[in-house]
Design a protein around this ligand. Structure first.
Ligand SMILES: *[C@@H]1O[C@H](CO)[C@@H](O)[C@H](O)[C@H]1NC(C)=O
Length: 322
């Protein structure tokens, strides 16, 4: 069974159409050690702090949604994307900068920051017991990073219809949306981003009725009215550091933390997809989520990429070349 299934996966991978000018092994001649250097760099940060995986996933996603996956989010400047509201609390910059410094020593001016971030994200998922996949590379770094362009990133307070629309604008469908939100299986969020659900939700006098009673008690304990608004809370209450499908199971049981996550279970266009990933046959459905997640990540990390002679290869990831 397993053997046949994996063969099927391999054949499917061969017939999937090529969607961009990126290619797996783009640096195999120009900088053959790129993947092993990124991997070992991510490993060392991950050992010290496994929550860096969620940081890198979010960083890559926010990079790709604004100006395409071109490292625009990495620019440290007053007016750059990093200073937009939705980019508050972004993490993982030091991992990319560190890998970049090592690669500049080895093969100067060759590897883009955008590619380093895409590879590091893949490695972080794998280190969290998630799937691994081949990352097509060859992205170039962008020369534009403007704060206001990042203000429109999907927000946890928006209805699912908005999320569907924003993903569609990037060529991602409803299945990609639900699949990519699964990254929250290793994520954390702050009390301030969901505590409004815990009492007098939409001025009804009651909490959000879609939160399960036991989870409501748990969340109220973690985020009391006079508590720290910046306290971190796991978005997958069962296994914060493990990349698995229990996040979806939690949505099905009213144990979603962010409102927009929980709404994936009530919205008619996304409910069945959540069920497909989070239903009872744990092992098999976990496999299905892993398989779809790899595909969705390759799609995400190909959005609006710059290749060939577009953009540049930055010398350092936090500023444009002079
Ligand atoms: C809930 O909020 C509304 C609107 O702000 C307010 O009028 C009402 O008194 C609140 N109810 C409770 C139980 O706090």
């Amino acid at each position: 069974m397993g053997y046949i299934w994996w063969n099927f996966v391999a054949i499917l991978a061969m017939v999937l159409p090529v969607k961009s000018q990126l290619s797996v092994g783009f640096y195999s001649k120009s900088c053959p050690k790129v993947e092993s250097i990124v991997r070992s760099t991510v490993e060392s940060y991950f050992k010290a702090d496994p929550t860096i995986a969620a940081g890198l996933l979010r960083l890559h996603f926010h990079d790709c949604f604004v100006q395409g996956c071109d490292g625009s989010v990495l620019i440290m400047d007053e007016n750059a994307e990093i200073n937009a509201g939705p980019n508050m609390g972004l993490r993982g910059f030091e991992v990319v900068d560190d890998a970049k410094a090592k690669l500049e020593n080895l093969c100067p001016g060759v590897v883009s920051c955008a590619d380093i971030l895409a590879l590091a994200t893949r490695d972080a998922v794998y280190l969290s017991d998630g799937p691994s996949w081949s990352v097509p590379t060859g992205r170039r770094d962008g020369k534009v990073s403007i704060s206001f362009e990042a203000e429109d990133l999907p927000s946890p307070f928006e209805p699912i219809d908005n999320h569907i629309q924003k993903f569609a604008e990037k060529g991602l469908d409803e299945e990609d949306l639900v699949t990519l939100v699964g990254a929250h299986t290793v994520g954390r969020t702050d009390c301030q981003l969901f505590s409004y659900r815990l009492q007098n939700f939409t001025s009804t006098g009651n909490p959000d009725p879609t939160i399960s009673p036991s989870f409501l008690t748990e969340l109220r304990t973690l985020c009391p009215l006079d508590g720290d608004p910046f306290r971190g809370v796991a978005m997958d209450k069962d296994s914060q550091l493990k990349f698995d499908n229990s996040f979806y199971k939690n949505l099905m049981n009213g144990n979603g933390v962010l409102e927009s996550d929980q709404r994936l279970w009530s919205h008619p266009s996304t409910r069945d997809i959540v069920k497909r990933y989070g239903g009872n046959l744990r092992g098999l459905l976990g496999l299905r989520f892993s398989f779809e997640f790899k595909k969705a990540m390759v799609k995400l990390s190909s959005i609006g990429v710059k290749t060939g002679t577009q953009g540049e290869i930055r010398k350092v990831c936090y500023q444009f070349n002079k």
